[in-house]
Design a protein around this ligand. Structure first.
Ligand code: PEP
Ligand code: CO
Length: 450
């Protein structure tokens, strides 16, 4: 299928000859080497044929035959690796995917930001409080959030603890998908209380009722539960940030004749680590997984075109996913040019909109938040601009949780800044809560039906 299988001048560690942003500095190199070595000997979390299946599905989405839903926490934490939280996260993603399937009338590729989303890029290497300066918190894979010298010291053992939790998480997700999660497909089990508070109440009720009817009809016709009849896979993704972690599980698979990162199905390159000559692009260039790249407003044409050619030189369908995150204010101005720039390369990409990261703001009392209406507005614009340009928005990327947190404002219940203190849990970016996430899926279904 693809002519160029081997990547010239690349090895799993060739990234070490390039500048690597956002890497922690460990005090004890021997302890780090032992941890990375141990990591490399553990069994993989995913396998190459699942990765290839996802790539095929992304290629379908590029042709408009599927739609990609990617979502989960900004950063997973070790403490949240417990059954209820994982089940609730899976539940909201499955419910959103059903609403999207119903609204868009095409199969939805479900990709969690989970099972490895433990490392975070930070804007500064250190943090100062009351005259004390310590290394910044880089995610549970690296160090601990408490503000003491010992908690902030990067600890190589955490690489192993993170990998183990990633495996536990995906193992549980796979079991839930395979087994007892069927009823969560049915709107009668959903928490639809927010619908009463929405100006779109009637429309949302129609959507839920119509999904319930369709499921009942399908089950009556086929004599089987919908989830038994369509055991659609669930894929994992995380930001490929900590390059020693990614390298450790990079294997050459003889059957495919290619290298794969087997710690996740779809790694992505974050906006802060996407320099063309940088280590993250170098690492991702040589693996066969589908690769996401975050594209922000500061990237010029040469940069974006360079990313397309470097990451997908063979123009392989399903390989490259461009996740634009412009912000509601800039998307109208930036997206049309970006679409033309990429089209000129002839490199096939799947376009995905992340309406979260360009819409982060700080309230007057210093709390990081995002407004639901800005998120919806960026999405609406993304669908429209792609359509007007003869392109296609093929997916969405969200930070969300299945919990009832108060981190983003707006939505049907009209959360305001003063509500944020009620249950704000994120150490990093604000997430949509259960109701806001489900409402967003309904809004997308409504946008696309207009
Ligand atoms: C993220 O996805 O959590 C993130 C940091 O995004 P970006 O790289 O787009 O800023
Ligand atoms: Co984030």
């Amino acid at each position: 299928m693809c002519a160029v299988l081997q990547t010239p001048d690349w090895t799993p560690s060739s990234w070490t000859s390039r500048p690597a942003q956002q890497q922690p500095s460990y005090r004890d190199p021997a302890a780090l080497a032992r941890a990375v070595d141990a990591l490399g000997r553990l069994p993989p979390i995913v396998v190459s044929w699942e990765i290839e299946a996802l790539k095929q599905q992304i290629a379908d989405a590029q042709r408009g035959e599927r739609f990609l839903l990617q979502g989960g926490d900004c950063a997973e934490t070790f403490a949240d690796c417990e059954s209820d939280q994982i089940a609730r996260k899976l539940k909201i993603l499955l419910q959103m995917s059903l609403v999207l399937l119903h609204g868009l009338k095409k199969p939805v590729i479900r990709v969690g930001r989970l099972a490895g989303q433990y490392a975070k890029p930070r804007s500064a290497d250190t943090e100062t409080r009351d005259g004390v300066t310590l290394p910044c918190y880089r995610g549970d894979l690296v160090n601990r959030p408490g503000f003491t010298a010992s908690e902030r010291e990067p600890d190589p053992e955490l690489l192993l603890r993170g990998y183990e939790r990633a495996a536990l998480t995906l193992n549980f997700v796979r079991a839930l998908i395979d087994g007892g999660f069927a009823d969560l497909h049915h709107p009668e089990y959903w928490n639809l209380g927010f619908v009463q508070h929405s100006p779109s109440k009637d429309q949302f009720e129609r959507i839920a009722a119509s999904i319930a009817d369709s499921l009942d009809f399908f089950e009556a016709m086929s004599g089987s539960r919908v989830h038994e009849a369509s055991r659609a896979p669930f894929y994992a993704s995380h930001e490929a940030l900590h390059l020693l972690y990614e390298q450790a599980q990079t294997r050459f698979i003889r059957r495919q004749e290619r290298w794969y990162n087997l710690s996740t199905h779809m790694p992505w390159i974050g906006m802060r680590t996407a320099e063309l000559a940088g280590a993250h692009v170098e690492y991702c260039r040589g693996i066969a997984n589908p690769i996401g790249v975050k594209v922000g407003p500061a990237m010029d044409s040469a940069w974006v075109q360079g990313l397309c050619h470097t990451l997908n030189p063979a123009k392989e369908p399903g390989r490259l996913v461009l996740i634009h995150r412009m912000g509601a204010k800039l998307i109208d101005q930036k997206l049309p040019g970006l679409i033309e720039t990429v089209r000129a390369t002839g490199v096939p990409v799947l376009w995905v909109c992340d309406p979260m990261h360009g819409n982060t703001e700080t309230t007057s009392s210093g709390v990081k938040t995002r407004r639901f209406e800005n998120i919806v507005s960026e999405l609406e614009t993304a669908f429209r601009v792609h359509r007007d340009a003869g392109s296609r928005l093929g997916g969405v990327h969200f930070e969300l949780t299945g919990e009832d947190v108060t981190e983003c404002t707006g939505g049907a219940r009209g959360l305001v800044d003063a509500d944020l203190a009620k249950d704000y849990r994120s150490q990093v970016d604000p997430r949509l809560n259960y109701e806001q996430a489900l409402e967003l899926a309904m809004r997308i279904a409504a946008i696309e039906r207009k």
